[in-house]
Write a protein that binds this ligand. Structure first.
Ligand SMILES: [Mg+2]
Length: 183
């Protein structure tokens, strides 16, 4: 049960994810969450640092697609601003949007990583779809009511994972990385 929530990597932010390690793990496609992963929930534009990060990862040969459960016009505007494809609203943790994103990226499951800030949507969904999953600390504490409620449950699961030493930085050699669950 706990295994379904275990990310293959846990990092302070998207900027701390070691993309060289991802490459070593055979990853070429990144499915990235938007709110509180790339951009604070209340922001209407992507910070300059995100533009730079994207330039770098694309230069390193990664393809990137945003998958968001949010359907606001702001999400499309930010994806356009960043020049990225968007799948939204995604209904994560359901896997349909991930399949759509992989079609856009032209990657297989073993070549694709999901990066997001929520265990119950990004990580659970990515694990169920058999993708590499990277959890990042949310950028901003400002969140929707239902997210705040989920966060309490999330903290309980995170504590359990922490206790079992299952929250580590992503390493290509990490046992089971690239595995996850297929249902
Ligand atoms: Mg998010």
């Amino acid at each position: 049960m706990l295994e379904r929530f275990r990310p293959d990597g846990y990092h302070d932010s998207i900027f701390d994810v070691d993309t060289e390690e991802l490459k070593k793990g055979g990853i070429t496609g990144l499915i990235v969450d938007l709110d509180n992963t790339l951009v604070p929930r209340h922001e209407r534009e992507a910070p300059e640092r995100v533009h730079k990060w994207l330039e770098e990862v694309i230069e390193r040969g990664f393809r990137v697609c945003i998958v968001s459960n949010n359907w606001a016009g702001r999400v499309k505007a930010i994806a356009d601003e960043l020049g990225l494809s968007l799948v939204a609203p995604a209904a994560k943790p359901r896997g349909g949007a991930f399949v759509q994103a992989m079609e856009i990226l032209g990657t297989s499951r073993s070549q694709t990583a999901v990066i997001g800030d929520q265990l119950f949507t990004d990580i659970l969904g990515g694990n169920l779809a058999g993708l590499v999953t990277i959890l990042v600390v949310p950028i901003s504490p400002r969140e929707l009511l239902h997210t705040r409620i989920l966060r309490r449950l999330e903290r309980m699961v995170l504590r359990k994972l922490q206790k079992k030493d299952l929250l580590r930085k992503y390493r290509a050699s990490f046992p089971d990385s690239g595995g996850g669950f297929c249902v």
